[in-house]
Design a protein. Structure first.
Length: 268
């Protein structure tokens, strides 16, 4: 294999190992698009690993800025080699990748969000930017709906990962909404269920709007995106079925359930 081929093999390995939803979605893409999306994921994964790691804050900050600088002067690591090739092939915008770095930096400084407007700005960086980067690979210019879809998936992540994020010292649910619903602690209660039902309705609204992106995609790219959305919608359904107990009940889908989502899309 060439160096580029080896690099793509590595980012695809990382994607299969660490991004179950992404891996199931991109399996339906043609080879070149599949590899490019894996390269985007690998970059986003490095941002997350640095921001969520155990290094001192200033060391994290330096690591994130080094990732940004590497967009212009990439070192010969697998992720950067693959990403550089994917950017050349598909015109993946630098500003979307840089926004991911901004989101990682924000995680170092911000652990609470006063309102949804504040949270949405964060989601635009960490997930909307992924949508914008990926839509270049899919071959659409509907950047707005790609961003909205990314935000929808992040909102579902936030609901699912409340306990995990709390362990990192972060609460992404808007503080004014916690107060409005009378939630004084992150634990299952009638107030908590009402709050989470409100969050679920918002996530579904973003998901529905974001999925209008499908109208601008070729069949296989549309199948990829609808698979992502179906997997996340399935997790949201599980959360609702579990009465929004995201602390002790898993909402993650089994392998047969994920394959069923892919199959439904293929037979549409």
């Amino acid at each position: 294999m060439s160096t580029v081929e080896q690099a793509y093999a590595e980012v695809q390995r990382v994607t299969r190992a660490r991004a179950k939803n992404f891996a199931y979605g991109i399996m339906v893409l043609p080879r070149e698009k599949r590899r490019a999306i894996a390269a985007i994921y690998a970059f986003a994964r490095e941002v997350d690993d640095i921001a969520d790691g155990e290094a001192p804050v200033e060391e994290k900050r330096a690591g994130l800025e080094a990732l940004r600088a590497a967009l212009d002067d990439p070192p010969p690591t697998a992720m950067h080699v693959a990403l550089t090739d994917a950017r050349a092939r598909f015109g993946i915008p630098r500003n979307a990748l840089s926004a991911l770095v901004d989101g990682g930096l924000q995680d170092l400084d911000t652990t609470r969000y006063g309102s949804f407007d504040e949270l949405r700005g964060y989601c635009e960086k960490v997930a909307g930017a992924v949508g914008v980067a990926c839509v270049a690979v899919y071959g659409s210019d509907d950047v707005e709906r790609a961003e909205t879809l990314g935000i929808a998936l992040q909102l579902i992540n936030i609901m699912r990962d409340v306990d995990e994020d709390r362990a990192l010292g972060r609460v992404y649910l808007p503080q004014d909404e916690l107060g409005r619903f009378g939630v004084t602690e992150l634990a299952v209660s009638p107030e908590w269920r009402e709050l989470m039902a409100f969050q679920a309705a918002r996530a579904r609204a973003h998901l529905d709007e974001g999925l209008r992106l499908l109208d601008s995609l070729d069949r296989r790219s549309a199948l990829c995106v609808s698979t992502f959305a179906g997997l996340y919608r399935g997790q949201l359904d599980r959360m609702e079925a579990n009465d929004f107990d995201v602390f002790s009940a898993s909402c993650r889908l089994s392998m047969p359930a994920k394959l069923a989502v892919v199959a439904r899309g293929m037979w549409r």
